[in-house]
Design a protein around this ligand. Structure first.
Ligand code: PLP
Length: 386
């Protein structure tokens, strides 16, 4: 069977080898401490589950959802943006409900890219941006995220010819995998760059609610943002709802109209009961989200000190549930991950899997409890890879 050229042109999935190694070790009965996947271990808050149970009983929710989303959920999203970011949104035209933000990000390039068009894509990054651009017939032009630039892309370094012809720019702050955040100045510069070059901006804010104290910004808070872009959001990380598949895109009405048109031809919307539960998530009590932030902060402090004391180089991030760190062993990311897995049963993600600028780093996801983190630190202390 011959796969399409398009599918064959997707980048190799570097994590495959590691997943196989993990499976083999699990089969041998090795107790693996898995810092690999960015999937919250905590349960969805009870009030949201209860709202879902009620919603799923109602036959009106059993039919095709269709359209751009349940009006009451879209209104809840608009109001949440008002409360959280002081950004005013027209819930009818400036909010589009998605089947998880990944779904929207993956379909987004189909709205604007013609064969061979350029999309500016950061690296290291969540792989969906470049894959989506390629599947739409486009060509990713990579913007390296370097530590010396606080993991922000250097837009001044983009050659004029590229900037003038690129159609799209993907950004993601708080950032996966580097855990960096963006400030107002950076967003201002980016909006100026995008407006000047007529580039449409897609900002992925899936981790906007995973922070310690300082609340991350929405790119839509910056004047001019709504003229040139949209922002993707999600209930996945804020309310431990990764399996539910619900998210949104908000911002420029015309861009959203295009995305809704693509989606209308591909899917039939987000299960209405899940959208009703989404209303409860945004409007209901927020204590569990508060509690979750504290839990991640404690985990982060614990692993940060554990790694630091053993010579790892890393910054303590103020957002996301990732630690982006350089091991002291002198191997490549992939070699380090393999060695750690074999010698200590600790699994982290090689930075190079997110792009060439991720080489030298490992990503630790803080989605396991303190006891397991302490155990991992102990195991690390006992092995010697130097
Ligand atoms: N954006 C980033 C940066 C992510 O890391 C993820 C998931 O890990 C997503 C988007 C997808 O989230 P969702 O569950 O809303 O599809």
């Amino acid at each position: 069977m011959e796969y399409s050229e398009r599918l064959k042109s997707l980048p190799a999935y570097l994590f495959l080898k590691i997943e196989q190694k993990k499976k083999d070790l699990l089969k041998k009965g090795v107790d693996i401490i898995d810092f690999g996947v960015g999937d919250p271990d905590l349960p969805t808050p009870k009030n949201i589950v209860a709202a879902m149970q009620k919603a799923v009983e109602r036959p009106v929710n059993h039919r095709y959802p269709l359209g751009t989303g349940l009006p009451a959920f879209k209104e809840a999203i608009a109001q949440w943006y008002g409360k959280r970011f002081s950004v005013s949104l027209d819930s009818e035209k400036e909010v589009l409900v998605l089947i998880g933000s990944k779904e929207g990000l993956a379909h987004f390039p189909l709205v604007f890219l013609n064969q061979g068009d350029l999309a500016l894509v950061p690296e290291p990054a969540y792989p969906v941006y470049q894959v989506a651009a390629i599947l739409a017939g486009g060509v990713p032009y990579f913007l390296p995220l370097k530590e010396e630039n606080n993991f922000l892309p250097d837009l001044e370094a983009v050659p004029d010819k590229i900037a003038k012809t690129a159609k799209l720019l993907f950004l993601n702050y708080p950032n996966n995998p580097t855990a960096a955040i963006a400030n107002e100045k950076f967003f201002e510069r980016t909006i100026e760059f995008a407006s000047r070059n007529k580039i449409i901006l897609a900002h992925d804010a899936a981790y906007s609610e995973i922070y310690d104290k300082e609340k991350p910004l929405s790119f839509l808070q910056i004047p001019g943002a709504k003229e040139i872009g949209i922002e993707f959001g999600s209930l996945s990380k804020t309310y431990n709802m990764t399996g539910w598949r619900i998210g949104w895109a908000v911002g420029n009405a015309e861009i959203l109209k295009g995305l809704a048109r693509v989606k209308g031809n591909i899917d039939s919307g987000t299960f209405l009961a899940i959208q009703e539960a989404g209303i409860e998530a945004l409007n209901g009590p927020q204590e569990s989200a508060e509690e979750m932030r504290k839990i991640y902060e404690e985990r982060k402090n614990l692993l940060f000190s554990g790694l630091k004391s053993q010579g790892w180089q890393l910054r303590k991030p103020s957002a996301t549930f990732y630690l982006w760190s350089k091991p002291p062993f002198g191997y490549t990311s992939e070699e380090t991950v393999s060695l750690l897995l074999e010698k200590s049963g600790i699994l982290a993600t090689p930075g190079s899997g997110f792009g060439p600028s991720g080489e030298g780093y490992l990503r630790f996801s803080l989605t396991l409890n303190e006891e397991r983190i302490k155990e991992a630190i102990e195991r690390l202390r006992k092995i010697n890879l130097l």
